[in-house]
Write a protein that binds this ligand. Sequence first.
Ligand code: F58
Length: 839
Amino acid sequence: MQTAPIPPECPTVRVEDDRTGLDIETLKRAFLDNLFYIQGKFPEIATQNDYYMALAYTVRDRLFRRWLNTAETYSKQGARTVCYLSAEFLMGPHLGNNLINLGIFDTVKQAMTELGLDLDELFEKEEEPGLGNGGLGRLAACYLDSLASLETPSIGYGIRYEFGIFDQDIKDGWQVEVTDKWLRFGNPWEVARPEWEVEVKFGGHTQAFTDEHGNYRVLWVPDKVVRGVPYDTPISGYKVNSCNTLRLWAAEATDSFDFDAFNAGDYSGAVFKKMESETISKVLYPNDNMTQGKILRLEQQFFFVSCSLQDMFRILKRQNIAIERFHEKFTIQLNDTHPTIAVAELMRLLMDEYGMEWDKAWSIVTSTFAYTNHTLLPEALERWPISLFGSMLPRHLEIIYEINRHFLDDIRIKFPDDLDRLSRMSLIDESGERYVRMAHLACVGSHAINGVAALHTKLLKQDVLHDFAEMYPEKFVNVTNGVTPRRFVALSNPRLTRLITSKIGGNWIKHLDDLRQLEKYVDDTGFCSEFRTIKHEIKQDLSNYIKGLYDINVDPNSLFDIQSKRIHEYKRQHLNALHIVTLYNRIKANPDIDITPRTFLFGGKAAPGYYMAKLIIKLINSIADVVNRDPDVRDRLKVLFMKDYSVKFAQRVYPAADLSEQISTAGKEASGTGNMKFAMNGALTIGTLDGANVEILEEVGAENFFLFGLTAEEVSQKKAAGYNPQDFYSTDPELKLVIDRISSGFFSHGDTELFKPLIDDLMYHDQYLLFADYRSYIDCQDRVGLTYRDQDLWTRMTLLNTARTGKFSSDRSIQDYIDNIWHTKPVSIDLKEYVQGGS
Ligand code: F58
C-alpha cells in the first residue's frame, strides 16, 4: 500500500515533547494524560490495571520515535535484514524490559512514587504474552533483544496466538490446564497493521500451462484462502536508539468467502468458514520436545511462513530492490524445522509468482536460509505424512519432489553406488507410510546448519545429521546459545546489578565479558559479605512471595535448590525427587542426623498429553505433602512445586537460587538456557556434562561446578552393552529403600498403584539412566551440602560463577551468527534527524 504524501507545512512530532520527554515531570504529565484519554479514567476511580495500561502507553510513546526512525533509516539505506522465523516467541513482560533498555527505570519509579503508586505492583498487572513453550521460544525473545542492542536490522516473524501456553493450576497434586486469555484486557504493546495484510492459500490442485513466452508454468488453484494480518511490537535495544519489530500474524477469514456463502443464503456456513479460518492462529501447541503431526499445526506453520515471505517481497518492492537481490536484502534464520516449509514457499513465490527459472530461484533460496537445530530427540524431529501434506500444499509437494530429484542426483555423484545412503538422506521417508522429512529439507535448502551448544553440534554431526555433515561439511557451525543480561540480571536482579556497577561501572550490561573484572574482589571480604547479604535479601523476598502465594514458610537461611524448566523425563526432575526421598529416609532412620537445611523448589509445565511428566508433578507434590508435615524433619527439608511457572515468575526465581539443577541425561539436552541464567545470578550448578553445561563448567572452572554422572559417550556405551537398571537397584541399599518407599504407597496414602507406571518404567527400562546416575548424583549432592556450610567458600564460588558467565550473553551468540552466518552490518539510528515517512 502506498503511503500518502505529507504536505510540506504539516507539523511534525518533535523529538522532545510530552510523548517523548524523559524527565520526571513530563513522565507524570504524560501518564495522567494517557490515564484520562486512553483509559478514560480519573485517578480516583482508576484500577491498578488502568494505571498499568497508562504507564505502558507512556513508555510505548517513548519508543515510537525510535521505532519510526529505525524503520525509515533501514528503508532508506536498504539495509541487509535478519528475518528470524519462529513459531514461538516467549517474550515475557515488556514494561520493565523497556524501562531498562530506555534507561528510565529509576526515573519512572520515582514518577510513580510521586503519584502514590508502586511500580512493582504495576509490573504485576502485566499479562505476559506466553507465545512459546520453553527454551526455544525464550531463546528467540533473547535474540530479538540482542539484535536490537547490537543495532542489527531485523524482524522477528511469528504467530499471534490468541491463546498462548496454558496457565497451570495444581489440584490435588495434579496439573490442571487453564486457557491463557492473555489478550483479555487488551495489549498496549502491539499495533495492528491491517494495511499490510496478505492472503494465504491452502489445498486445491495445480494446473500446468505454457505462458506467452512458451515457458512451462504452474498455477495453484486453492480451495481455501485465509488472510494474515500483521501485529507489530516494538523491540527496543539497550541504550541505543535502534528499535526493531516483532511482526506476528493473526489469521482472519477472507471477505469473499463470507460473501459467497452469505449470498447463497448460508449464513451459518459463512460464519463457520470464518471461524475455521481464524482457528489457525487460535492456540499454541503446548508440546515441548515432541511433535504431534496435526493438520492444524502444519497449517499454522505454512500460514506464518507464507505471510512473512510475502511481507519480505512487499518490503523489497517498497525499497525498489530487484527480486534477484532477495538474498542480499534478507537472511532468514529458521528456528528449528517449524518454519522449514519456507524453503518450498520461497521457490514457489519466485517461480510461480515472479516467473523465475528453477536454477536461479534455487540459488537465491540456498543463499537465503540458515537452519538452527534444537534437539537430538528422535520424537521431536518433524515429519509430515505425504497424504496430509499433499492435500494441504499440493504445489509445495511437487516442488519438494523436484528438490529431492536434484538432491538425490547430487548424492549419487558424491557417493556413487550407495543406495542405503540415498534412502537415508532422501527428503521423503519411504520406509513405511511415506513422510516429508523437514530436517532434511532444512539441511538441503540452507547454506548454514547450526547446533546450539558445542556438544550438541558435535553429536548432530556424529549422529542425527551425520550423512548431511559428510555431504556438506562446510555448512555446519556451532552457535552456543545465550541469554540477555538485560532481562535476566539488570531487570530481575537490581540489587546485584547495583553492587556490580558500584565496583566495575555499568558497561558489563552491554559487554558481559567485563564481569571478569569482579574476579579481583574474590578475596575482598567486604565485597564478598555484601554479595552474600544480597543473596540472602533476595531469598527473603522470594520466601515472602511464596508465603503470600502458597502460605508456606521457607527459610531463607536454608540452601535454595531449584529446578525450573519444562517437565520431561530426560530432564530428570524425578532424579531430583529421588534425592529428596534419600535425605528424608536418612532423617527417618536417624532424626538427629546433621543435615544441611534445604528448600527444594520446582517449577515447570508438562505437555497436557504427556502422562509420565504429569505423574512426575504428582510425585513431587506427594513427596512435599509428607516431608513438609513430618515433625521429624523439623523444617530441615521443604519441598514446593511452584505452580504456573512463567517468564515473570522465572525473573524472581533465578536471583534467589543457591543451587541450579541441570541434571539431564548426557546427550539429551541440546543446550539449556536456564543453566546460564542461574549461573549469571550466582547460583552454583549441579549438573551432567550435557548441552551448554559443558561450556559453563569450562568457563567457571571445575572447582566451581558440581559435576556428576555419565558422559554422553558412556551413556551410549552403557545402552549398547545392555543396560539393566535392576543391577543398581539391588546393589545400592539407599536407592532400594527410596524406590521401595515410593512403591509401598508411603507417599500416596497407601495407594500402591499410583506411581507404579513411573517405578516400573525405572525398574524395567529407565531409558534416561536415573539408576545409573543415582549414586554419583547423591554423592555429589552430599558435597554440595557440605560446601554450603562453608559460607566463605560458597560465596567465593558463586562470585566466580557470576564473574565468568560473560560468554553466555545472547549478544555473543548474535555476534557469532552475524560473523559466521548472516554477515550483516550494524546501522546506527539518529534521533536528532527527523525522518519522515514510515515503512
Ligand atoms: C530447546 N527446545 C532445547 N523445543 O530442549 C534446549 O536444550 C535448548 O536450550 C533450547 O531449545 C534453545 O535452543 C525446545 O524448547 C521446543 O519447545 C519445541 C516446541 C515445538 C514442538 C517441538 C519442541
